[in-house]
Design a protein around this ligand. Structure first.
Ligand code: NAP
Length: 337
């Protein structure tokens, strides 16, 4: 198996190197790509140094079976043809193709079989906040279809990339020295702050990130009638996104039934013992594979309502791990590369 990572130097690209190894993914040759900025840099994978090549419009992807792309939507759009033209399957972390009808948008625990319908050789990895939410919604939706979701997110700095993590660390250091903090990656200073804006605003008053949760949830869950209203917030956490989720189902779902379904669901860990102060928090969940659910309770305003708290490592399950799991799902279900 020849595998490529496009955007190897980035937050998600670096996670791909770790996840592919942790998952023992079958690889005969790994190729790394980046822009001119990281070309020539070397990264170690399974004891071997690999040099980053500059991504160009050439035949470098000839013989590549799977290309994991995490170099932003512009790069994915510009290079999709170059990456896929010799038959490579491109599993893309950007938003470039997610809502295209001829590109599947896949979370293996929810709609793994969609990965087999790839007329353009492209599979899209959903937005990170959507991935961890639908993994938790699916088991409850299987009991009674979900009509409505209200979600508020608490999104880590690393969701904005490697440079954003550095900026948050630097802001605390600058403030500690009594200096003005550098603000480049976020709309405002993030240190000691929360910012109710992730991505840019659209005409309806929601941000693009919030509309991704609205649109992508419908597509992944094959549920055009699910309505999702999101408020996405950036918080000064380094890694792992948290979400406060309220759902309304068609018929009432008991707490016991919801807890059982979540406990048995693939990719979910229920960590919910409030009497002993046990609930998932990003500090504990960073670098973990599953999505954690806690604070499960009946909604006080609606018989068919449930509320819960979901935390997931958005660089892992929200990006690199989900993409690798798509490839693993395809291999396990008979795809020959
Ligand atoms: N961070 C997350 O939690 C997260 C989660 C889900 C999805 N994503 C998505 O994943 C993608 C990458 O995010 P990230 O957080 O890893 O960003 P990042 O840390 O800023 O890394 C960006 C990567 O893209 C590469 N790149 C940029 N322009 C390129 C070009 N023209 N040709 C080749 N490579 C190029 C960069 O390489 P150089 O170093 O050479 O510039 C770098 O490796 C984005 O589409 C993002 O929306 C991120």
């Amino acid at each position: 198996m020849r595998v490529a990572i496009v955007g190897a130097s980035g937050a998600v690209g670096q996670e791909f190197l770790r996840v592919l190894d942790q998952q023992n993914f079958p690889i005969d040759e790994l190729l790394l790509f980046g822009s001119v900025r990281s070309a020539g840099r070397k990264y170690t994978f399974r004891g071997k140094e690999i040099e980053v090549k500059e991504l160009k419009h050439n035949d470098d992807f000839k013989g590549v079976d799977i290309a994991f792309a995490s170099a932003g939507a512009g790069t994915s759009r510009e290079f999709a043809e170059t990456i896929t033209k010799h038959g490579a399957i491109m599993i893309d972390n950007s938003s470039a193709f997610r809502m295209d009808d001829d590109v599947p948008l896949v979370v293996p625990e929810v709609n793994g079989d969609d990965a087999f319908n790839t007329p353009r050789n492209i599979i899209a990895n959903p937005n990170c906040t959507t991935i961890q939410m639908v993994v938790a919604l699916k088991p409850i939706n299987d009991i009674s279809p979900i009509k409505r979701v209200h979600v508020a997110t608490y999104q880590a700095a690393s969701g904005a990339g490697a440079a954003a993590m550095d900026e948050l660390v630097e802001q605390y250091a600058q403030l500690g020295r009594g200096e003005e903090p550098t603000v480049e990656k976020f709309a405002y200073q993030l240190a000691y702050n929360v910012i109710p804006q992730v991505d840019v605003f659209t005409d309806n008053g929601y941000t693009k990130e919030e509309m991704k949760m609205y649109n992508e949830t419908k597509k992944i869950m094959h549920a055009p009638d699910i309505e999702v209203s999101a408020t996405c917030v950036r918080v000064p956490v380094m890694r792992a996104h948290s979400e406060s989720i309220w759902i309304e189902t068609e018929s009432p779902v008991s707490l016991d039934a919801a807890r059982k379904a979540l406990s048995e669901a693939e990719g979910v860990v229920v960590f919910d013992d409030p009497a002993n102060k046990k609930y998932p928090m990003p500090l504990d969940i960073a670098n973990q594979d599953p999505v954690y659910v806690g604070r499960l309770r009946k909604d006080l305003t609606c018989d068919n309502g449930l509320s819960f708290w979901v935390v997931g490592d958005q660089i892992k399950k929200g990006a690199a791990l989900n993409a690798v799991q798509i490839a693993q799902y395809m291999l396990a279900h008979g795809k020959k590369f």
